[in-house]
Design a protein around this ligand. Structure first.
Ligand code: HEC
Length: 159
């Protein structure tokens, strides 16, 4: 047990160190464009809403109103992503961002990954509004796959 804990603490330390050095490397002379914070907040809300839904589904009687409201947030925020990535706002431009240069190098693929999230979140919302929690639970992996599909190629993997 003691060895296991030490291992975890060491892993946490390495993660912290990695974050710190990344921040230092990512200092830019130009001020950070506001859109970076906006898109990060937007994704943060998507992540929080998805977490609330999965938590709710673990209850014996999931509150479908809570699930629908959060599915609505994911869908509404998904539609905002398109305007959130002007060129020159990635991590390679020196900003505190996990947005990889591939977003602009492979812009059609990025647009397709975005489109996939929009349609997956639309379908998920429709399922949520239909009120069948079992069907919603079955839809979770599909929605999660739309996140992963984009993150795998376009977001820095800092784990
Ligand atoms: C079209 C691509 C794309 C899709 C789809 C996508 N993401 Fe992301 N996500 C990104 C990128 C790029 C970043 C990094 C943004 C930055 O740091 O500037 C990010 C960052 C995040 C963050 C961190 C935000 C922060 O605080 O910096 C969370 C949380 C997140 N995404 C959750 C999700 C979830 C949950 C889904 C699916 C429901 C999802 N994302 C779908 C591209 C995507």
């Amino acid at each position: 047990m003691a060895i296991r804990n030490t291992g975890l603490a060491a892993a946490a330390l390495i993660a912290l160190t990695a974050c710190g050095s990344n921040d230092e490397a990512a200092s830019s002379d130009s001020p950070e464009p506001a859109v970076i914070g906006e898109r990060q907040d937007n994704f943060e809300q998507i992540g929080d809403a998805f977490r609330v839904i999965r938590g709710e589904l673990e209850n014996d009687a999931p509150d479908m109103a809570v699930i629908s409201a959060n599915a609505e947030i994911i869908n509404a925020n998904a539609m905002k992503i398109e305007g959130h990535f002007p060129a020159g706002t990635g991590m390679d431009d020196g900003f505190d961002s996990e947005a990889l240069a591939t977003i602009w190098e492979r812009s059609e693929e990025f647009a397709a990954a975005h489109e996939r999230l929009v349609s997956a979140s639309e379908a998920f919302l429709a399922t949520a509004n239909a009120g069948d929690s079992a069907a919603v639970a079955e839809g979770v992996p599909e929605l999660g796959a739309a996140c992963k599909n984009c993150h795998d190629t376009f977001r820095l993997d800092d784990e």
